[in-house]
Design a protein around this ligand. Sequence first.
Ligand code: HEC
Length: 153
Amino acid sequence: MLGFRALKTVTAAALLLGAGVVSASADATSSIQARQACMKANGAVMAVAVPIVKGEKPFDKAALDAAFAKEKEACAGWADWWGDDTKPGGATETWAKEEVWTDKAGFEAAGAAYGKAATAVAAAADEASFKAAFPALGASCQGCHEKFRRPKG
Ligand code: HEC
């Protein structure tokens, strides 16, 4: 976990997604629920960001900051939520794919790409820089989901 604490001092929360995959100490069910809650908080960021990108809502720095702050809180334990007991096929359903465990480097890289993109979006102080930074964030969600998450339903 060396370096993890240092990372926390960097602005976006999001960077934690790049912090690595380690064995779980929490039990499998709470780990799976926690990572899904983290992802729901990411969905909530998108719910604020997308209407701004589409021009349906004005740029709202306070609303974006609030959504990113919740994401940071919800995702703080990310690195601890991927123990072998949380793989697909266990007692608690997960939409994470086997590839999270068979391609750990790829999963970490996808998390790092997300962290970089989210940091830029969270730092954007005006509409123009927000809109310029946003596409990379959307692409990072999609990039990880394509490889590491099976679709729901
Ligand atoms: C590093 C990989 C990664 C990145 C980056 C990522 N996700 Fe996910 N996401 C996952 C995985 C894996 C799951 C499935 C988790 C599970 O079921 O255990 C998931 C699940 C979800 C879910 C469903 C949660 C639920 O209700 O169960 C949503 C919504 C979601 N992601 C949104 C996002 C958004 C929005 C972004 C970008 C802002 C994003 N994700 C970035 C890997 C990622």
